[in-house]
Design a protein around this ligand. Sequence first.
Ligand code: HEM
Length: 433
Amino acid sequence: MTTGSDHALNIPAQCPVSHDFNPFGGSYQEDPAGSLRKARHEQPVFYSPLLDYYVVTRYADIKAIFRDTTSFSAALTLEPITPLREPAIQKLVEHQFDLGPFLVNEDEPIHMRRRRALAEPLNPANVRGWEQYIRDLVTRYIDKFVKKGHADLVADFMWEFPATVALKFMGVPDTEIEQARQFAVGQIMFGFGRPTEEEQVAGCDGMGQYFNHAKKLVAKLKENPDVEGWVPFAIRASQQDPDTIDDRFLVSMMMSGTSAAHETTSNAGANALLTLMRNRNMWDEICEDPSLIPNAVEECLRYSASVVAWRRLCVKSTSVAGVEIPEGAKVLVVTASGSFDDEIFDEPERFDIHRGNAKQHFAFGFGTHTCLGAPLARLEMKIVLEEMSRRLPHMRLVPDQEFEYLPNTSFRGPQNLLVEWNPADNPLPSDRP
Ligand code: HEM
């Protein structure tokens, strides 16, 4: 670390500067909190010239930034962290791409007006109505591999099933699910990574196609909005109050809502299964006593989050942990680092499904923008752990596998997760070959 005064950078003097911080490589993907351990203790707020972002690592400071919606705007949350190059912009122009904001990147007062108008389908009571659908779906996925004795829990299970839930929840007709899922994947690198120019052009092509597809899906749903699903619910809300929910918003909701509900949950489930496999005694405990699962879900989200960092734009110069963040500066709050702050969590590096305050983690953000889909995500994770621990308590990690993560600032989950077991030992007789 050096300080701002040592550099020809346009940042305040005395601001710590880290040339080592690299969220696109090194240990950040595998262990974001561990890679920032030293910073958390010694320089909790620093400027990263590589990113051109101020990086915030401690729990209390992250919470204060999430709370201070006057000084910190959410507007840049979904903007590509690597600025778009000209050919990529051209691709978007070709597709007449005009994506509007969607809750997560909106500020007050419109954000809260829209959030209130759309919250009902995601409240815990309504989400409970999805339990049987999700359990049946999980059961069908496990049926496909339970007699084989091995599986890639990402490719064979966790990547697809939350996508199917997400699209069904959005209200996309079953016939559209396959096509919409194809469009929805692969946007992480585009928004949060360091894509090459070629990858950026391909990303923009995918985004453009998906945008036009989302427009068609919304138009189709508008013909008959009296069906189940979050977008049909929003269409009905827009008929009541077109000033709050307009057509442009409905398209961005279809597009951004689907990705909000998909990769986040896929990665959270894969991270949870990997963490529990690596902490066998905890896995054995939940196999013995499934009532421990809800708190185990919270500890998995704290210990191995699928969203590890979020962004804010400083719109009013503010001091954070003694560092002056100037107006116009971009801020990366590393929520996974906050969830390992020893001021809040006792022995944070210990994975403990009995931890009393596990739920205080930042995996779903904090404050006015706290994840609206958290009840659904928690339910999906709970059902995955219940069904896997019931049917495959004896599964173990395939030894010596390496876990790969997409190099990006915010979304984290292993690309593959290989497990094995002896199917003759499956506890349910109907699951044996
Ligand atoms: C484990 C899975 C999930 C994780 C880790 C996650 C994480 C997050 C995070 C970090 C935010 C930003 C919070 C902030 O700015 O303070 C967020 C916002 C949001 N999430 Fe999730 N999410 C998950 C699942 C879902 C699901 C299943 C849905 C939808 C059905 C969803 C819908 C949303 C929406 C609509 C917002 C914007 C809320 C607002 O700005 O008011 N998420 N999520």
